[in-house]
Design a protein around this ligand. Structure first.
Ligand code: FDA
Length: 389
């Protein structure tokens, strides 16, 4: 069987590409249903884009690579599509846009657009091999319990990264890239909770508070959550993309106020209060208790010199923590790194050395922050390849 275009992966990027790739498109996926990550994303409401999306919200060895695709299919283009399908949405925080109702609406919208575009989709299909032919590519696949050969002129790889193997993530895109001589950057789990040894924070599990967290000259002001295994919450997921084994992260527990001035003022009014009691009024009490024990905080507020209070506040605003690892691909929202963008055209996402072979979405070395940026990259890169075909 011959198709003009075959797209591997019916996720966010693959479906967007199928909508724009013109006639005679076949979309293949080994899953039972398309867009499974869309369906479960954003707690079932899908954080489908971000109002502030721009190149600065993405990590890549080449920070300029994403500019072209992001500029040609923007968050406003996607919002326009959402609007045309009558899907109601809201901004939750920091420009993050979610469905009012259900993420399933986004999947249904993409399927509807694909039907209108005339694309064919085969699910529960295994890719056995991919080879170059004189005019394009030949794939051997298993579909409906039968081995089949399908040919195409354009082959788009949109099988995503390695995050969440239980949801069907595989390294197929990386294998195909290597097979065709493209290089890969280091890949690692990102937007992932960080772990600490010996159940260090077990007693704090469930405590959350706003923090500023920094690592390797990048910082985020968002919420942090203590878990049985370590640290999570948006601030930690964000910084995990910048953290490497052995690095320390610095946590400021007072991102929006000056604890030194607050403690000095309290000292004047309530000097007889125990320092740890005062801390428990300024921080979640379980965390204040933990720090009191860890840092051996003792004595009344009135007994503390400016220097002693200053030293305490330096620790409260610069708590250095060294994670031992991350929860890995098991829970990571994305895979950082991927197919080296040096080998791809930033306009079309086509390989510079293998004409007709395209890579889009998460498998490419373009990784967004938390907050709808990864879906925006999937929409933008899917559109770039689709409209170039
Ligand atoms: P995606 O992973 O979506 O699709 C790849 C497709 O390829 C899948 O359908 C898979 O079955 C198929 N496939 C894989 N290997 C195959 C093989 N060997 N053979 C055949 N088919 C194969 N982002 C965001 O912007 N906002 C959000 O709210 C969230 N929330 C979120 C929650 C959770 C729990 C996760 C895990 C991730 C998110 N993300 C997110 C990230 C976002 O889901 C992700 O970046 C995009 O889905 C990437 O889109 P792709 O199309 O590139 O891959």
């Amino acid at each position: 069987m011959q198709f003009e275009t075959i797209i591997l992966g019916a996720g966010a990027a693959g479906m967007m590409c199928a909508i724009h790739a013109g006639r005679d498109v076949l979309l293949l996926d080994h899953a039972k249903a398309p867009g499974e990550k869309i369906r479960i994303s954003g707690g079932g409401r899908c954080n489908f884009t971000n109002m502030h999306a721009g190149p600065a919200n993405f990590l890549s060895q080449n920070p300029h690579f994403a500019k072209s695709a992001l500029a040609r299919y923007t968050q406003w283009d996607f919002l326009d599509l959402v609007g045309r399908h009558g899907i109601d949405w809201h901004e939750k925080t920091l420009g993050q846009l979610f469905c009012d109702d259900s993420a399933k609406q986004i999947v249904a919208m993409l399927l509807d657009e694909m039907t209108q575009a005339g694309a064919t989709m085969w699910l529960q299909t295994t890719i056995a091999s991919v080879d170059k032919t004189e005019t394009g590519f030949r794939l051997v696949i298993e579909s409906d319990g039968r081995r089949k050969t399908v040919d195409c002129r354009h082959l788009v790889i949109a099988t995503g990264g390695k995050s969440i193997p239980k949801m069907g993530a595989t390294g197929l895109a990386y294998d195909i890239a290597r097979q065709f001589g493209l290089t890969l950057t280091d890949i690692r789990p990102a937007l992932v909770p960080l772990t600490f040894p010996d159940g260090r924070f077990t007693g704090l599990a469930g405590v959350a508070l706003p923090v500023r967290v920094s690592c390797n000259a990048t910082r985020f002001d968002e919420a942090m959550l203590f878990t049985h295994r370590g640290l999570s919450g948006p601030a930690i997921l964000q910084i995990s993309s910048y953290w490497r084994e052995g690095d320390t992260i610095r946590v400021n527990l007072f991102p929006n106020s000056d604890p030194f001035e607050a403690l000095r003022a309290q000292r004047q009014q309530a000097g007889r209060k125990n320092l740890s009691t005062v801390l428990a009024q300024m921080l979640p009490s379980r965390l204040a208790d933990y720090l009191t024990r860890e840092w051996q905080i003792a004595g009344n507020l009135g007994d503390q010199s400016d220097a002693a209070l200053g030293a305490l506040c330096d620790r409260l605003t610069g708590w250095d923590l060294t994670p031992t690892g991350s929860e890995g691909y098991r829970t990571a929202e994305v895979t950082l790194g991927g197919i080296d963008t040096d080998g791809l055209s930033s306009k079309t996402m086509m390989s510079k050395t293998v004409p007709g072979l395209y890579f889009i979405g998460e498998c490419v070395d373009v990784t967004g922050w938390l907050g709808g940026f990864n879906f925006q990259w999937a929409w933008s890169s899917g559109f770039a390849a689709g409209s170039a075909i």
